[in-house]
Design a binder for this molecule. Structure first.
Ligand SMILES: Cc1cc2nc3c(=O)[nH]c(=O)nc-3n(C[C@H](O)[C@H](O)[C@H](O)COP(=O)(O)OP(=O)(O)OC[C@H]3O[C@@H](n4cnc5c(N)ncnc54)[C@H](O)[C@@H]3O)c2cc1C
Ligand code: FES
Ligand code: FES
Length: 475
């Protein structure tokens, strides 16, 4: 893992660090891609991490006077889901972000990190390309603006230089006569990368399609445009025949490969299905349907788009201690800088409630609250805890009493082997803090990042419902 870790506080600091240390330095935002890749043995040359997740202003989404949206480099998927601006002016991006991973991943993973990782299966590329997004790349030498359509040169390859930082994503807002959608097919509903994805932005003249942009993901080394389908759609009304014909033509633009998730022929067929589904949704004015109005974010009561509650940003050379608060108590760790937060909590703080199920962000057994939000601690670098507030399952109850969620899990029989239970309890506690009376769908969404290998899901959902009633009775 890394040897040095900097919690950056300004853009200048980041640019100086990446300019000076070259190949051996890497920027990390949420770390959900990079930490996992390091765990798998990649990036062995990297010695220094520059964490940009707490640079002030980096998590802001704003609309400028020219009608363009700006996403800062630390804007997470959940920031986009929660943003009225994104929902109103760039709906396909909000839909996309809602389908990434699971709540704990969306609380850390950023849009920029997703774009830079540059896997053709990464979800945000297709919608942002369809929307005509541009990236602002900064280095100590200055800035350049690169259209997203010119950013990618191959699988996981971009024009970004090692000394450059993406400081802004510029998204032209959709006009009054434009409507768009994003469709994704994964092997399951949560925690699944795209087998195929598509985004469409149509410009209408009354009922007629005046212009069309359709982008396809996970079917070629980079995102591709379905140009034949786009050309065909221009001048047509979106009736059943037009939708079907456009879907056929779109599949001709796909150049998929066989891999473990699906064969090339299956993917090509699924392009047709997704394009048909997306265009049919637009024809029926249903493009909004798949994005819930009030989704659980696992932010608790501190749900904010910007200005996340962190105590202070800090600069930590490897040697200086990590000073953090866990369950309201101050801790100073002299060692453990090269660990994950999960290992720091378990091995150095001796709090073994959070579990390591997969160590890869997939199972949720390691869920803790970082600055008020539920995250997968197995993918959080330990030095990110400096100046932050952590809550583990040991910290949710008061006065030696069980938390109502814990009581309900016991009473409903929602615990079998119990390995997943701390993670489920943490997600449930955050959900009920945020939404005291959640619907079944909200409960399912909230725990979609938690896996129970004993498959006790019905009991778990019932326990969360019971906990809601118990908490009402207490208040
Ligand atoms: C369990 C799990 C499920 C997932 N599900 C999905 C999914 O459904 N869909 C999907 O698309 N992805 C998914 N991912 C991948 C990942 O979560 C996303 O790609 C996420 O958006 C990455 O953002 P990050 O901030 O965590 O990136 P990081 O890991 O911090 O960084 C990723 C890369 O971007 C670089 N980088 C980050 N910020 C900048 C910047 N400002 N300037 C220059 N370089 C930068 C880093 O150096 C690194 O190379 C999943 C990951 C996990 C672990
Ligand atoms: S998600 Fe962290 S251990 Fe599985
Ligand atoms: S109770 Fe066994 S893993 Fe969930």
């Amino acid at each position: 893992m890394w040897k040095k870790y900097f919690n950056a506080t300004t853009t200048d600091e980041v640019l100086q660090l990446i300019a000076k240390r070259g190949e051996k330095t890497r920027v990390v935002a949420g770390g959900t891609d990079f930490v996992l890749e390091m765990k798998h043995g990649a990036h062995a040359e990297v010695e220094t991490i520059v964490d940009i997740s707490r640079v002030p202003g980096y998590d802001v989404i704003r609309l400028d006077d020219e009608g363009e949206l700006h996403l800062g480099p630390a804007v997470t998927h959940h920031h986009c889901v929660a943003s009225d601006l994104v929902r109103r002016y760039a709906l396909p991006l909000a839909q996309t972000c809602w389908g990434v991973g699971a709540p704990q991943i969306r609380n850390r993973g950023t849009v920029v990190g997703n774009l830079v990782t540059a896997s053709p299966a990464n979800d945000t590329i297709a919608p942002l390309m369809a929307l005509g997004a541009k990236l602002v790349l900064a280095s100590v030498q200055g800035k350049r603006v690169v259209p997203l359509s010119e950013f990618y040169t191959g699988v996981r390859k971009t024009v970004l230089r090692r000394d450059e930082l993406v400081v802004d994503v510029i998204v032209p807002v959709m006009a009054e006569n434009q409507r768009g959608t994003y469709q994704k097919l994964g092997l399951r509903k949560a925690q699944a990368i795209s087998l195929v994805n598509m985004a469409a932005i149509l410009t209408f003249d009354g009922e007629m399609v005046k212009d069309a942009v359709i982008t396809l993901g996970s079917v070629a080394p980079t995102i591709v445009r379905a140009e034949k389908a786009e050309a065909y759609l221009r001048g047509h009304v979106l009736d059943v025949e037009t939708v079907n014909q456009a879907a056929e033509l779109a599949s001709e633009s796909a150049r998929p490969i066989d891999d473990v998730r699906g064969s090339a022929s299956y993917r090509r067929e699924m392009v047709k299905v997704l394009v048909r589904r997306g265009l049919a949704a637009l024809a029926g004015g249903q493009e909004n349907a798949q994005l819930p109005d009030d989704p659980p974010l696992l932010w608790g009561q501190n749900a904010k788009i910007s200005g996340q509650p962190f105590a202070q940003s800090a600069f930590i050379p490897q040697e200086s201690p990590i000073k953090t608060t866990i369950n309201g108590k101050e801790y100073v760790f002299e060692n453990g800088h090269a660990k994950t937060l999960l290992d720091l909590i378990r091995e150095d703080a001796g709090l073994t409630g959070a579990k390591e199920g997969c160590g890869e962000g997939e199972c949720g057994a390691c869920t803790v609250f970082l600055d008020g939000k539920a995250v997968m601690s197995c993918l959080v670098p330990a030095p990110r805890a400096h100046g932050a507030e952590i809550v583990t399952v040991e910290g949710i109850s008061e006065d030696g009493e069980l938390h109502p969620v814990q009581e309900a899990f016991v009473e409903e029989g929602a615990v079998q082997c119990g390995f997943c239970t701390p993670g489920f309890v943490m997600s449930s506690v955050k959900l009920l803090e945020e939404k005291p009376h959640p619907s079944r769908d909200q409960i399912k969404d909230a725990v979609s990042g938690n896996l129970c290998r004993c498959t006790g899901y019905y009991k778990i959902v019932q326990a969360i419902e019971m906990a809601s009633v118990k908490m009402d009775a207490k208040n």
